[in-house]
Design a protein around this ligand. Sequence first.
Ligand SMILES: Cc1cc2nc3c(=O)[nH]c(=O)nc-3n(C[C@H](O)[C@H](O)[C@H](O)COP(=O)(O)OP(=O)(O)OC[C@H]3O[C@@H](n4cnc5c(N)ncnc54)[C@H](O)[C@@H]3O)c2cc1C
Length: 408
Amino acid sequence: MTPPKEDVEPREIAEFRREVRAWMEAHKPPDPGFKLPQSFLEVESERQFDFLRNWQRKVYEAGYLGLDWPAEYGGRGDALKRQRVVSQELTRAGAPFLVNVIGLQWAGPTILVYGTDAQKKRMLQPILSAEEIWCQGFSEPGSGSDLASAQARAEKQPDGSYRVTGHKVWTTLAHHAKWMILLARTDPNAGKYEGLSFFLFPMDVPGVTVQPLIKMTGEGGFNQVIFDSAPMPADALLGKEGQGWQVALTTLLYERGAAEGSGGGQASASGEGIRRVVSVARRAARENGSAAADPVFRDRMAQLWIEEEALRLSAMRMRIPALTADRPHALQLMNKLVFSEYYQRLTDLACEMLGPDGALWLGEPSAPDRAEWPRAYMNSFGMTIGGGTSEILRNILGERVLGLPKTR
Ligand SMILES: Cc1cc2nc3c(=O)[nH]c(=O)nc-3n(C[C@H](O)[C@H](O)[C@H](O)COP(=O)(O)OP(=O)(O)OC[C@H]3O[C@@H](n4cnc5c(N)ncnc54)[C@H](O)[C@@H]3O)c2cc1C
């Protein structure tokens, strides 16, 4: 199998890509000698966090982050929309991911839409430099898919400030975060949607308890957060009181890919996944050679390659307004759904081809690729849940894009 041809790009984009590629090769940090997380969803220890934070700072200082954000808020005001090139080259180089994903891709873009000038000036630059890490306090034990039923309370005080009481769960990165984008109920007597407001909550106030949760991989990375009358200043409100649902929907669109690569995160489909699985196939021994010679595995790899290429082309389509104007965000939602399920089958195939070796776990010296594949397979289930489950995305696509009757 040969990789797909490079796309023809405008000259200034191609030049920029060459520049970024050279920079990545020269500055990509060497293996730190300890286990790194596979994504921002499982950052545990201080040393993992420091390593990743330093890397993001380096990328920012080199001028490769916040390209699309206004210069007055720490960005570069780049009209050419070149941030996605950086995302793609990060993935291509096998460089560490940028740890402040929630800040870069969800909180930051939402603040750019709804923030006051003071909020933008205060919040945005430290997101880019990774000086201040963000987490997202949306889900609650009784409110996940039905997010609008969130019950955490933000009670207004006579001086205009708020006190927060409630329980958020699955809060990725809360243990390293300085800020949380928080969805909380300001008016319990208003309707489900109208009673919600959106806040930029400071995590370092009294009355906040962060408790780690362990995943099936044995790793941490997310938490539950308990608020016990935690104080929050009046200017933590983003948008207007009662506008929280509308603001949260904007965040969810970004979370599901509306600003593809805008903050410099992982490129959704870069061609790297299938190439790496082909490399596994070539190394996985079989009686008569390697798994790469097995016709059934070859067929599955070809199918995944086709899907990966379709995802890549879809990501290109997203950037052509004439192709998306009639159904804004449909492609992003579809790509989130398809990519997360494709990735699960990709990692499943790698484990299957590795056979019994695919069961060797982290820390086992003979584990192929340091047990990356079984770990990725287990982590892939979170990807089909976080940011909206596959079932919910199918409902949204069915109802709002295809115009099918509502489920309820
Ligand atoms: C790795 C990971 C990281 C996460 N990080 C964060 C974070 O940082 N911040 C945060 O706020 N949240 C986070 N979440 C939470 C995530 O947003 C929720 O888990 C998700 O929205 C689903 O909610 P739930 O877990 O309550 O499941 P439920 O909503 O209880 O759903 C249970 C099952 O029922 C199905 N279901 C529910 N309603 C319907 C329906 N109407 N039609 C069809 N099927 C339905 C769902 O698809 C699912 O299979 C994270 C989750 C994961 C897995």
